[in-house]
Design a protein around this ligand. Structure first.
Ligand code: GAR
Length: 340
């Protein structure tokens, strides 16, 4: 299990989305929320979701970063997600978690980044400039604001009748996909795959579904280049995990870094195939289709869709089994009686 902390200053819809995406699985867990705003709406929301949430005034963030680091260490935090966090992060924190702090920004960075560019300010600037597209970027935090290597970027179209509010709503929708996807990539780069190649993988290969993700060794360099890719970023050791080492990607495309199975619901692929062969064919095939969708949806960042497909596969396996038992139970006496 990899523990992550969310830092947030405002509404907290991204923070809530991360908890919903991860905390029902057993690979990534939002274990802590820290805020710099005493009355931020995110506080109640996170408490309702059972996530420990602590307020520290800005003076602590600025002058006593050790206090923050102690809390992070005591919760075994490996990765930090800045979800609308508007407080300056001191160098001590950035250095201690180098390569392991992700920030979500509501524009296609490097456009509309830097000081003063956050939330509604960004959307107003995009509309005023008459841009035809905007989007969301998740990047690794460095000491320069909004300038670290890009991990995931997703676009939205800006239509003539869009307002800053309507654009914000559209950007939020892609943020809810981009942020979990980026966190899974960082966690995957930190953690060796827990599951060795299995029968499940063999079937996935045979059926041509993306279940055969290559293992990522510790300190693996995953190189991707793009117009703005400067240097490969090599992280230092954070308090609780091995080193992250990821190169940035082209600014206008979603990355395609390899993932491990971190957090993926069970595919039940082997059982689906067995039920198709031994029990009832049609529900078995439906189960196989759902099994195949688990990994494809998961690797597209659609975690809810993957969980749904996993549940559906399970249900259709049971249906196939029950129908198989019933039909065999009826068939055998009728066959013995000579009716078949
Ligand atoms: C998000 O749109 C995020 O991209 C932005 O703040 C919003 C927080 O919304 N972050 C920044 O502007 C950072 N520069 P939320 O509180 O509903 O998650």
């Amino acid at each position: 299990m990899t523990n992550i902390a969310v830092f947030a200053s405002g509404t907290g819809s991204n923070a809530v989305n991360l908890v919903k995406a991860f905390n029902s699985g057993n690979r990534i867990h939002v274990a802590l929320c820290l805020t710099d705003k005493e009355n931020a709406p995110v506080i109640e929301k996170m408490k309702d979701l059972g996530v420990e949430t602590i307020f520290f005034p800005r003076s602590v963030w600025k002058e006593e970063p050790q206090v923050i680091l102690d809390i992070l260490r005591s919760h075994d935090i490996s990765v930090i997600a800045l979800a609308g966090f508007l407080c300056f992060l001191s160098d001590e924190i950035v250095n201690a978690y180098e390569g392991k702090i992700l920030n979500i920004h509501p524009s296609l960075l490097p456009a509309y980044g830097g000081k003063g560019m956050h939330g509604a300010n960004v959307h107003k600037a995009v509309i005023e400039a008459g841009d035809l597209k905007s989007g969301a970027t998740v990047h690794i935090v460095t000491s320069e604001i909004d300038a670290g290597p890009i991990v995931v970027q997703k676009e939205v179209a800006v239509l003539p009748d869009d307002t800053p509010e309507s654009l914000e709503a559209k950007v939020h929708e892609v943020e809810y996909q981009a942020f979990p996807e980026a966190i899974m990539k960082i966690v995957a780069s930190l953690t060796p795959p827990a599951i060795p190649k299995s029968v499940d993988d063999a079937w996935a290969e045979a059926l041509g579904v993306p279940n055969n993700v290559p293992p990522i060794p510790k300190n693996d360099n995953i190189n991707q280049t793009g117009p703005t890719s400067p240097t490969s970023l090599t992280g230092q050791t954070a308090p609780t995990g091995p080193t992250a080492s990821i190169s940035p990607t082209a600014p206008t495309s979603t990355t395609s870094m390899a993932l491990t199975k971190e957090g993926m619901p069970p595919t039940y692929l082997v059982w689906s195939v067995i039920m198709t062969i031994l029990c009832c064919t049609i529900p078995g095939i439906v189960a196989i289709i759902n099994s195949a969708q688990v990994s494809s949806k998961f690797y597209q960042g659609d975690i809810e869709g993957a969980s749904r497909a996993s549940r559906n596969a399970e249900i259709w396996i049971i249906v196939s089994f029950v129908l198989g038992v019933i039909s065999n139970t009826l068939y055998i006496p009728l066959a013995l009686a000579g009716l078949f």
